[in-house]
Design a protein. Structure first.
Length: 349
């Protein structure tokens, strides 16, 4: 069919609005530009983005990459219209992983996919991504917005994030973990971005709606559950550079039970004292509302500890002080010993 008479089918009629995509790029350019840092050579608009690790201060850099999403926390954000924090979640899930390798996040790219692009809503999400990048010192240098009618319906969309960081060769974590090393737990800002399929099931069984008052906080339930994932990048990098950090574990899906062993050498285990911190009230509400066992909670959620550092015992006091001065809530959870996996003493509540 010829388009010469102007009556042929167009891409817009097929459901893809190129003009809306262009409008979104223009809208987000200032937010992306605000994340610029040394090393950025080109930003949005090209077929690829360039970054020079040497210009970022690295002499012999090893690159580290991470990718992640936000999971079904997006479902809550879409249903409530509370979209401003999920971009921060997306960045945090990637860059918090990078620092566990000892790497400084350098740049970030995002993937936003939807059935029908709503420029205002997408801009709110990407503004959150830019905020997360600024707060973790990495540049938002590119991404992809995909409008795919027939793949996503209504106001649904999906997010993925990709972060690249660097460290000097030979400085990777974990290293030198030894029996007697102490575990420093850094407090979470609630649920973060894991376990939301179970969270949504608990809310459904409770009979509550997203706009109802949260049983565990002052605001609406949906808004309280959407509290963004905490960004640990700057304080943890500062602690690593101060010396004495042997390993770091980002407590995401699988909780403390599954994530902490990932940074321990074979033949070593840990004993975690559950009495050493007070979990945010949301976790007790989830457990009691659905009869979730303590064991299941610890294997599903962060339960109030979003990052764990394994540190040399003689450095623990100084590192605790440094982290607290940086705004972190720090508790000593236990220590590394022989054995395998994670053992627990005490109770969560």
């Amino acid at each position: 069919m010829s388009n010469a008479d102007g009556k042929g089918l167009t891409y817009a009629q097929a459901g893809v609005d190129i003009d809306a995509g262009n409008a979104l790029v223009e809208r987000i350019k200032p937010a992306a530009a605000a994340t610029a840092r040394p090393g950025v050579m080109s930003g949005l608009g090209g077929f690829g983005a360039l970054f020079d690790p040497r210009a970022a201060g690295y002499g012999d850099p090893v690159l580290v990459a991470a990718t992640d999403g936000v999971g079904t926390k997006l479902r809550v954000a879409i249903e409530t219209g509370e979209l401003d924090g999920v971009g921060i979640d997306l960045v945090a899930m990637c860059v918090n992983d990078l620092v566990c390798q000892g790497a400084e996040p350098l740049f970030f790219l995002d993937y936003f996919a939807t059935g029908k692009l709503q420029v205002d809503e997408a801009a709110r999400v990407i503004a959150g991504i830019a905020e997360g990048c600024r707060n973790s010192g990495c540049a938002l240098i590119g991404g992809e917005t995909a409008e795919m009618p027939g793949m996503y319906h209504g106001g649904d969309f999906d997010l993925a994030g990709f972060a690249v960081g660097a460290m000097e060769r030979g400085t990777h974590l974990p290293r030198d973990v030894a029996e007697g090393d102490l575990l420093l737990g850094l407090g979470s800002d609630g649920i973060h971005s894991n376990g939301f399929s179970l969270v949504r099931k608990v809310v459904e069984q409770s009979g509550l709606g997203w706009t109802d008052p949260a049983p565990f906080a002052k605001g609406p339930l949906g808004r309280e559950l959407l509290t963004p994932t905490r960004l640990y990048v700057r304080p943890v990098l500062e602690a690593i550079r101060a010396g004495g950090v042997h390993a770091a574990a980002h407590i995401t899906g699988g909780g403390i039970t599954e994530n902490l062993p990932r940074v321990l050498p074979k033949g070593m285990g840990v004993e975690v004292n559950l009495d050493s911190w007070q979990p945010p009230a949301v976790f007790q509400w989830l457990a009691e509302a659905a009869g979730i066992s303590e064991r299941e909670m610890l294997k599903t959620f962060n339960c109030g500890i979003g990052m764990i550092l394994v540190v040399a015992p003689d450095r623990a006091p100084a590192l605790t002080s440094l982290l607290r001065q940086a705004g972190e809530r720090v508790v000593t959870l236990g220590e590394v010993g022989g054995g395998h996996g994670v053992g627990y003493t005490g109770t969560l509540w």
